[in-house]
Design a protein around this ligand. Structure first.
Ligand code: NA7
Length: 544
């Protein structure tokens, strides 16, 4: 029997040029670029009831950006640059969210964004050469292009610990934090996870809660952020130099406007090396990693010098030597997991109301109605905070039912791990572009720089197609195979491969171990993308 309701839904559709999935940094710029520069009919679908993506969802206490505000921002509009002033070096989540809302208003983007509307599926219709996009509300769009702007760290990873649902208190994942906030006063709080998020949240929760118990599986190396307000004089200078700053962010390995160093950590004397680390520790931020020595991520001995320096700082800052040792990472090279930066993380463990529990030594056995039970005993809690990260880079794509040519589901294509060409397209999925997809530098780059480069490339590609009457573009299997091999080859030459990180899918049980971001750095990647375009989109098959 035909289902009349389904038939009706099938009949009601809108025909557009493109659908963008997600209204964070990437989706907002993609909409601006495709609609206002190329003149396409575009709709953006966004699960949240506001724009902002990562900065909409991650409202946990202490959430702030680890890149400095004046370059963790859009560069596409000089007017926007000149009119917006960040209050501090590392802005907090509410300020970044205000910025993204300002961008949505300033460029009149909201009229083409459907909020609180989750895309359920996107299916490539071979006969029409169009994508059939359906939302969970039953809206349907047929469009030529689908552009995913779903974020690399958006699919929350809530560990399936036995007994989780029996907990009688409240629990939260940091990446889906309640809008109204959480009041920790008088509460016994347990925080699981000590990645960038747990490290940002720990000092803030400790300052509010009656007691905070931090459950640490792997200690992390973190460097002080040294956040500070930006003065009117600093702003005047930044505004005057914006073009030069942006230029540099497009030329450096990780998209920061720092002059890259060529010196090896092993080519200087111990005293000189120590002085360099000290100076950068005082300065704070990612410069410690990117501005100290050139071989930290490729030479184990060079890396050891940075790791030892940080361990010595931990021992200096943490009063209890036993706690200090537990906080010292020893199982992975510095930087091989995403290096956090912090505000008062280590000294928080000197507070009387903070306990560190090493769950590698004594693993969590279960969550009980009253709290968390490790092998050593039960910790009674009122609230549990899961700072346990994300099903990174692939989770947010795979949570949408995407089917390419021949009805092949993306989940099937990626069964053994993600495969893309340049992180921009997937063979067998014509006209689907993945902003900051796996296989591109993405999370190893200052994200707005990575996003703008991808959106500009994609819009350039669509423009190229339109000018030539081409309607279909698809990465070839050969180009994809070669790219995947190259991405893994390059990663294996670095120390990134030595950590069980989310870069490698190691944080999610059962996830295939494939190194996902491209580590060779922005200049090489950008050059490659430009060369591919210049050669008529080499490695892609284009047709009318
Ligand atoms: P991360 O960096 O993935 O950190 C998650 C933390 O949670 C990390 O310490 C994990 O330990 C821990 N974790 C994950 N699963 C479990 C289970 N099952 N039990 C105990 N502990 C667990 O996520 P973040 O949110 O901190 O940061 C994500 C990115 O956001 C960050 O890199 C920036 O780019 C911004 P593990 O190390 O796996 O042993």
């Amino acid at each position: 029997m035909p289902d009349p309701q389904k038939n009706q839904a099938d009949a009601d559709f809108q025909r557009l040029d493109a659908v963008v999935i997600g209204a964070g940094f990437a989706g907002l710029y993609a909409l601006y670029r495709l609609r206002d520069v190329l003149g396409l009919d575009v709709r953006v679908y966004e699960t949240g009831d506001g724009v902002g993506g990562t900065w909409y969802w991650n409202r946990y206490p202490g959430a702030r950006c680890d890149s400095e505000s004046f370059y963790y921002s859009y560069s596409f509009s000089e007017e926007l640059e000149q009119e917006w002033e960040w209050t501090s070096k590392y802005p907090e989540q509410p300020e970044i969210l205000s910025y993204l809302n300002h961008v949505a208003d300033r460029f009149d983007l909201r009229r083409d964004i459907r909020l609180a509307t989750k895309v359920a599926s996107a299916t490539f219709d071979e006969t029409q050469g169009l994508w059939d996009v359906r939302t969970e509300h039953g809206e349907r769009v047929l469009c030529q292009f689908v552009i995913t702007a779903v974020g690399c760290l958006s699919a929350a990873n809530v560990p399936d610990i036995p007994g989780r649902d029996s907990f009688e208190g409240d629990w939260y994942h940091t990446g889906a934090w309640p809008k109204e906030g959480v009041d920790f006063s008088g509460k016994r709080v347990g925080l699981i996870g000590t990645g960038s998020t747990g490290i940002q949240a720990t000092p803030e929760i400790a300052a509010q809660a009656e007691h905070l118990t931090v459950f640490q599986r792997t200690p992390n190396f973190t460097v002080p952020a040294r956040n500070a307000k930006l003065s009117p004089e600093q702003w005047a200078e930044i505004k005057q130099n914006y073009r030069a700053i942006r230029k540099k962010t497009r030329e450096t390995h990780a998209g920061f406007p720092y002059t890259p160093t060529q010196r090896s950590a092993l080519a200087v004397s111990d005293e000189e090396r120590q002085a360099i680390y000290e100076q950068l520790w005082e300065e704070g931020g990612f410069k410690f990693m990117w501005g100290s020595f050139s071989d930290i991520m490729v030479d184990r001995d060079a890396n050891h010098t940075a790791a030892e320096f940080i361990r010595s700082k931990i021992r200096e800052m943490v009063d209890d030597p036993e706690v200090a040792e537990k906080l010292c990472p020893t199982d992975h090279p510095y930087g091989s997991k995403r290096p956090p930066i912090d505000t008062n993380y280590y000294v928080t463990f000197n507070r009387d109301n903070v306990t560190l529990v090493d769950i590698k030594e004594s693993p969590i056995v279960e969550i009980t109605p009253k709290g968390v039970r490790t092998q050593d005993g039960e910790y009674e809690l009122d609230t549990i905070v899961f700072a346990t990260g994300f099903d990174a880079m692939t989770g947010s794509l795979l949570r949408i039912d995407i089917c390419g040519a021949g009805g092949v589901p993306l989940a099937e294509k990626w069964e053994a791990g993600p495969r893309t060409y340049l992180g921009l397209q997937i063979a067998g999925f014509p006209n689907l572009f993945t902003i900051t997809g796996p296989g591109s530098p993405s999370v190893l780059l200052n994200m707005p720089v990575a996003i703008e480069q991808h959106v500009d490339w994609i819009s350039g590609c669509i423009e190229h197609m339109r000018e030539r009457g081409l309607t279909r573009i698809e990465a070839s299997e050969e180009a994809e195979d070669a790219w995947v091999e190259h991405v893994n080859e390059v990663a294996k030459q670095t120390l990134f491969y030595e950590a069980k990180s989310w870069y490698l899918g190691a944080n999610v049980p059962g996830k295939p171990r494939v190194f996902m971001p491209y580590v060779a750095g922005q200049p090489l990647y950008r050059e490659r993308c430009e060369a591919v375009a210049k050669a008529g989109y080499e490695g892609f098959e284009l047709s009318a």
